[in-house]
Design a protein around this ligand. Sequence first.
Ligand code: ATP
Length: 349
Amino acid sequence: MAKVTIDRLSKQFGSSVAVADFSLEIEDGELVAFLGPSGCGKTTTLRMIAGFIEPTAGTIHIGDEDVTRMPVHKRNTGMVFQRYALFPHMTVSENVMFGLEMHKIPVAERDKRVREALDMVRMTQYRDRYPRQLSGGQQQRVAIARALVIQPRVFLLDEPLSNLDAKLRLDVREEIRALQRDLGLTTIFVTHDQEEALAIADRMAIMYDGKVQQIGTPDALYERPDNIFVADFLGKMNFFDGSVREPGRFTTASSQQIVVPAAGAATRRIGVRPERVRLEGEPQGPNALAGVVDSAVYLGSILDVRIKLDTGESVSSQLSNASGHLRAYAPGTRVHACFQPEDCVVFSE
Ligand code: ATP
């Protein structure tokens, strides 16, 4: 079993808190992404799990074993870094072999393991090349092979795709996910890229300022964010500040009335995703806010329309079938921004 249990893990560097009270159980074979802006503590948490950084407080278990103070090479974790970290004077095969030597795998087994690992990442034909003779994507594949050749209990990846160009990033991302599923690897994937985390993770832990903000499946976090940071960090959201004067009815600061069944007395802000906002000529449904198109940006698959409401607030709407809508929503067009009450997310902050 390679379940990972992190319990109230903290790290302080001098007086600054990098990670505060981080708790999470990662199931055997699950891929969890740590997602958050630069400096939020993702890498520090990953490095504590790998054993490169000693926690100030808290524990880490892999399976039933307490590894909190165990040296790196005894934890049996495979780590992939942002900058491949291959040895420049070693060939591809030698780089992959190195891990096996470190882990004292029997000599008779080593060649076979290296061959299998290179085969997994489709790098067999490059086995005698040096890292400088490889592209970035190929170097990262070698780094992945080197991490997996030791058959780790836990696979740890620290922003493994950030040095690759956009197209390659998608290819390697899919390869990592396929390998992870095929091998049933318990995996932690650190990234600051929202789309990457949404696409690859079974669950994500969103971090900010050393603290976990919310943990859940990609769709749960996107559809039901617990707080404004999560809502705003994971995609775009239109926010309205205001209060609830009668149940189910939210009054914005500019006296706009919005029907929101979930809004209770504690609600201070509501949000609605731009792709849930439809534009209509005539008001439709309980929430139809009148205004004029301020700008319409053609983004290929969607049209991103900004509406200036008559009350002075702004609302974004993202429409699919961009080219079909482009002419209909020229700046200055009068529209109603319509959305369903159940598409509103409520916040008490
Ligand atoms: P990034 O995406 O930029 O790598 P991150 O989320 O991985 O960011 P960490 O590298 O974990 O963030 O850093 C968390 C905080 O701890 C930051 O404020 C950072 O400056 C601080 N920190 C990290 N390592 C050290 C260190 N060795 N000494 C002092 N402070 C550190």
